[in-house]
Write a protein that binds this ligand. Structure first.
Ligand code: CA
Length: 249
């Protein structure tokens, strides 16, 4: 049983780190140091093996969810070098934090590494304390950005709105909304059943400087209904509240 320091996570939540390093002495030293810190560690010696492990660790078909919490990637590697591997993983949508290692501590390497999606860079030779500190910081940063932020969804019955992607689906089908329709729906879906007057909607969606009148709101509501409702003349989502305005649900 390993002893855990005060600031460590519970054992079953220990982050999983993949080390990709062809120099066996460095690979073993890092593996030992991180294992002693309580991390779960797997080490491989070339880019191809690394790619296999990363692909096998996917926990969903989406490709961006991985059981690996952190990747320590050497720059010069057999088969696929660290830069190409990093680029490849990012192109595949894999967002696992990457710490690049290199004997070449030149500024150009660092810039290239970071530009293609590495999160941090450590030049050889480095001390194990420095490495552990960088790993900790990357893992901490990653845990502050939960995966849910990547795929944040606001739902109301069969409407799903993806705020970061500006995308909406209804009954699992994609809906094409204009920016104003999207903002309007976003306001409604964030405030279900709340009644908004036409003036409130004009102010919140079009801005207080907008010169048009409340007919603009009615027109956009009609368009939204045509896109969202099964029967736009008998709306189930965007309801008219006579004398007041509109509400969702
Ligand atoms: Ca190397």
């Amino acid at each position: 049983m390993r002893s855990l320091g005060a600031n460590k996570l519970p054992e079953d939540a220990q982050p999983f780190i993949l080390i990709v390093e062809d120099e066996s002495l460095i690979r073993e030293t890092i593996t030992m140091a991180l294992t002693e810190e309580g991390y779960q560690v797997l080490a491989v010696e070339d880019g191809r093996q690394a790619l296999d492990v990363v692909h096998a660790s996917r926990t969903s078909d989406e490709g961006d969810v991985s059981a690996i919490d952190l990747l320590i990637l050497d720059l010069m590697l057999p088969y696929i070098n660290g830069l190409d591997l990093c680029r490849l993983l990012r192109q595949e949508g894999i967002t696992t934090p990457i710490l690049m290692l290199s004997a070449k501590g030149t500024e150009t390497d660092i810039v290239v590494g970071l530009e293609i999606g590495a999160d941090d860079y450590l030049a050889k030779p480095f001390g194990m304390r420095e490495l552990i500190a960088r790993c900790r910081s990357l893992l901490r940063r990653a845990s502050r950005q939960p995966a849910s932020q990547e795929q944040l969804i606001v739902q109301f019955q069969e409407i799903a709105l993806y705020p970061q992607e500006c995308r909406v689906t209804v009954r699992d089908g994609a809906v094409n909304l204009s920016p104003k329709e999207f903002t309007l729906l976003e306001l409604f879906i964030n405030n279900p059943r709340r009644v908004f007057s036409r003036d409130q909607l004009l102010e919140r969606v079009w801005g207080i400087d907008f010169m048009g009148d409340s007919k603009t709101v009615d027109v956009h509501i009609r368009w939204l209904r045509e896109k969202l409702e099964l029967d736009p003349s008998n709306p189930q989502y965007i309801i008219t509240v006579r004398g007041f305005g509109y509400r969702l649900g």
